[in-house]
Design a protein around this ligand. Structure first.
Ligand code: BV8
Ligand code: ZN
Length: 243
């Protein structure tokens, strides 16, 4: 495989989705057909879903927290951490994943644009705190200070992403300009606004590469290069870390 051309001025922006954690044993969303126990994910992962049935939503996240405690980063996560070591501030990783595996692999220049599974926050107080508890078989957790419901600190469908994250990404793309290489890994490109990053990268003359086991056609056609394969195998070669 021809490695990505990395010069002294190349800036690399990476967007990862559930596929980069698949080899760690974390199920993808598309893998479950967008359904969970018969519910559409968008219905469970939404403020409306939480208001309607907070116990069901906590079950969705509690099971994922419980399962996530036994998984570890795979070679794809490590390849991204190694690339960050090589490029420093010419590297930025925006992840849609909430599993925390990029940080556990040593990545530090990571924006968790859809939040963090292992953080909770009171719906009213709003201050996130680290929380590995799965609350399975327990009543919906309530805030010790104000009594309001506690929720997972993730961005649900219908909720806005953190403006600071979007500004950091836009700033990186603008600074990079033609020196930008945008690499999307393990994402079906269905969820916005993350799905629009490839268009923003190309608008400044950036080079766009998609790495995915089964590329989604109407997403893949927006890339200059598509590498079909497992991210754990493709990324080390794409970054010239392995022959
Ligand atoms: C918002 C956190 C403003 C929670 C998630 C414009 C047009 C249309 C719709 C919208 C739009 N703007 C906003 C919307 C609505 C909505 C949206 O995009 N809906 C979709 C369904 C059409 N977006 C939003 O609501 C966003 N908010 O825009 O705010 C606003 C405000 C009010 C009203 C309107 C707008 C918020 C979106 C964030 C939702 N939260 N996650 C949680 O995790 O539970 S999204 C969640 O699903 C993930 O974070 C991820 O983003 C998404 C799943 O996508 P993927 O990661 O791509 O995973 P998927 O399973 O789909 O694909 C896996 C891929 O891996 C596959 O391609 C597979 O082939 C590949 N793969 C598998 N194995 C491997 C592999 N690849 C490599 N190697 C392998 N081994
Ligand atoms: Zn509170």
């Amino acid at each position: 495989m021809t490695p990505l051309a990395l010069t002294e001025s190349t800036h690399v922006l990476v967007l990862t989705g559930a596929g980069v954690s698949a080899e760690s044993g974390v199920p993808t969303f598309r893998g479950v057909g967008g359904l969970w126990e018969g519910n559409r994910v968008e219905a469970v992962a939404s403020p409306e879903g939480f208001a309607k049935d907070p116990a069901l939503v906590w079950r969705f996240y509690g099971l994922r927290r419980q399962a996530g405690l036994t998984v570890s980063p795979n070679p794809g996560h490590h390849a991204l951490a190694a690339l960050e070591q090589r490029l420093g501030d010419r590297f930025l990783l925006a992840t849609q994943n909430v599993d925390g595996l990029h940080r556990r692999a040593g990545s530090t220049r990571v924006l968790s644009i859809h939040g963090e599974l292992y953080e909770s926050r009171c719906e009213r107080c709003g201050v996130p705190f680290a929380d590995e508890r799965h609350y399975l078989g327990e009543p919906v957790p309530l805030c010790g200070r104000c009594g309001a419901r506690v929720r997972v600190n993730v961005v649900w469908f219908g909720e806005s992403l953190d403006g600071a994250h979007l500004e950091a990404i836009d700033g990186f793309i603008t600074r990079a300009g033609k020196n930008l290489a945008f690499v999307a890994v393990g994402t079906s490109g269905q969820v916005w606004p993350a799905a629009g990053l490839v268009d923003a990268a190309r608008a400044v003359g950036g080079h766009a590469v998609l790495v995915d086991l089964e590329p989604t056609p109407d997403y893949a056609r927006r890339f200059h290069r598509v590498e079909a394969g497992k991210s754990g195998e493709v990324l080390p070669r794409l970054f010239g870390q392995r022959p």
